[in-house]
Design a protein around this ligand. Structure first.
Ligand SMILES: *[C@@H]1O[C@H](CO)[C@@H](O)[C@H](O)[C@H]1NC(C)=O
Ligand SMILES: *[C@@H]1O[C@H](CO)[C@@H](O)[C@H](O)[C@H]1NC(C)=O
Ligand SMILES: *[C@@H]1O[C@H](CO)[C@@H](O)[C@H](O)[C@H]1NC(C)=O
Ligand SMILES: *[C@@H]1O[C@H](CO)[C@@H](O)[C@H](O)[C@H]1NC(C)=O
Ligand SMILES: *[C@@H]1O[C@H](CO)[C@@H](O)[C@H](O)[C@H]1NC(C)=O
Ligand SMILES: *[C@@H]1O[C@H](CO)[C@@H](O)[C@H](O)[C@H]1NC(C)=O
Ligand SMILES: *[C@@H]1O[C@H](CO)[C@@H](O)[C@H](O)[C@H]1NC(C)=O
Ligand SMILES: *[C@@H]1O[C@H](CO)[C@@H](O)[C@H](O)[C@H]1NC(C)=O
Length: 355
């Protein structure tokens, strides 16, 4: 099974590379990524995928919002974009900015990586105080987007999106935040929760009130897709990159600093979410691989317990635009990890999607 899937993947890669000549940098699916870059390193994998797919013409990375307060998050995101030749991607920083530095006080194994990538690969933004706020950047990117065009990909806490939903008309746009989202966003993709029910850190860890606000006030006309803790926790990226990447690779260095002890193996919660946010279910074939994700439900909607951020799916046949993801039938965690690893070993200057 493993051999036949790999062979099929390679064959499709060859076909895709043969037909990919027309792709233009930044001409793909418009996206905004809202990330908690700081407390886990899979955000680096996610931003790596977004930059590589931007460069090969499948994504248009319009902006990055940081939803953690540390001063190191925004410069680290800018470092990743600049490393991949995309120094003009705007990055916003949550206020108030703190001097917090990641410290693993639950397992005493993981290391800090955000300040290290910010200082070793300085990007165009070196000081979070100079970044716009997430609400400012969201409003300006949304205001200038085509109607129903953007995918917002949330891979951390929902603080910024709650603030945006509550924002009023201003000199950037006569629309409220909620109206801007209704008009400009074609899908919200969220790494958070467990499905069909449970507790997960992005929803319940630091800001369950914002999670509750977003889940309860998100415009009903805009589809939402959830990528749950149970999906990413079955896929471990990083088994190849340590051997195959040069020692000066930013993503592999970040994974090494975080995971520690000579390993880069980590659950792929955020990378899988960004792949879906850019490619949907159907456009994996543009990479030259089989469709790798599927919806696990046909109908219903997500609900939240405000006090602790737990979520539970409600089986309502009248709601058809909310889904949660699973691996497609026949796709193994090994195939998905192979795909994520392909981005982690991607040389920054290579313009095709896969190595
Ligand atoms: C962060 O550290 C700098 C330099 O040590 C200091 O000037 C600043 O007041 C600190 N900021 C906060 C919010 O603690
Ligand atoms: C970042 O910019 C702020 C505002 O200009 C300034 O007060 C602060 O010292 C700068 N921080 C660093 C580390 O340069
Ligand atoms: C975009 O949507 C807004 C309201 O949602 C509408 O007023 C406007 O005409 C639309 N613009 C285009 C170009 O369709
Ligand atoms: C969260 O919301 C509850 C009520 O829903 C409120 O009592 C509580 O103070 C809020 N917590 C924060 C940190 O805002
Ligand atoms: C796939 O899942 C199995 C457990 O079901 C796990 O042992 C293995 O490490 C996983 N492999 C990858 C590449 O994620
Ligand atoms: C896949 O790509 C096509 C155009 O190339 C686009 O129209 C479609 O919306 C994309 N699908 C998803 C789910 O992103
Ligand atoms: C969260 O609260 C709900 C409702 O009270 C409860 O059913 C659930 O077990 C709680 N979850 C956790 C992890 O405490
Ligand atoms: C919703 O439907 C699924 C199967 O379609 C079932 O497994 C689940 O128990 C149902 N949940 C509730 C709350 O009824």
């Amino acid at each position: 099974m493993g051999i036949s899937i790999s062979t099929a993947v390679l064959l499709l890669c060859w076909l895709a590379n043969a037909t990919a000549a027309k792709a233009t940098k930044g001409q793909g699916q418009p996206i905004i990524i809202d990330t908690d870059l700081f407390g886990d390193v899979d955000d680096v994998g996610a931003l790596t995928i977004a930059n590589v797919l931007h460069n090969c013409g499948l994504a248009d990375l319009r902006g990055i919002m940081i939803n953690t307060p540390s001063q190191y998050g925004a410069p680290a995101a800018s470092a990743i974009c600049s490393y991949f030749g995309n120094k003009n991607v705007p990055v916003a920083a949550l206020r108030p900015i703190t001097n917090a530095s990641f410290f693993d006080d639950w397992e005493y194994v993981r290391g800090e990586y955000a300040s290290k990538i910010a200082y070793n690969w300085p990007g165009s933004l070196t000081n979070a105080s100079l970044a716009p706020t997430p609400v400012e950047l969201y409003r300006s990117v949304l205001a200038s987007a085509e109607n129903s065009s953007l995918h917002i990909i949330s891979i951390g806490f929902l603080t910024n999106l709650a603030d945006l939903l509550r924002s009023e008309a201003d000199d950037v746009s006569p629309l409220t935040g909620t109206e801007l989202l209704e008009a400009k966003v074609s899908e919200l993709v969220v790494m958070g929760g467990r499905y069909p029910s449970g507790w997960e850190y992005n929803f319940g860890g630091t800001d369950p009130n914002s999670t509750t606000y977003v889940i309860e006030h998100w415009p009903k006309t805009v589809p939402v897709t959830f990528s749950g803790g149970e999906l990413g926790s079955t896929v471990f990226s990083g088994q190849r990159p340590l051997e195959e990447s040069p020692s000066d690779s930013l993503p592999v260095s970040a994974y090494q600093w975080y995971v520690g002890r000579g390993s880069v193996t980590r659950e792929a919660w955020d990378p899988i979410t960004v792949l879906y946010g850019i490619l949907g279910l159907d456009n994996f074939t543009k990479l030259g691989v089989w469709p790798m994700l599927a919806y696990a439900n046909e109908y219903g909607y997500n609900t939240i317990t405000a006090s602790n951020g737990s979520n539970a799916w409600v089986n309502d046949t009248s709601v058809r635009n909310q889904h949660w993801l699973k691996l497609a039938d026949g796709v193994t965690n090994t195939s998905m990890a192979w795909l994520v690893d392909n981005f982690l070993v991607h040389p920054p200057g290579l313009s095709r999607c896969l190595v």
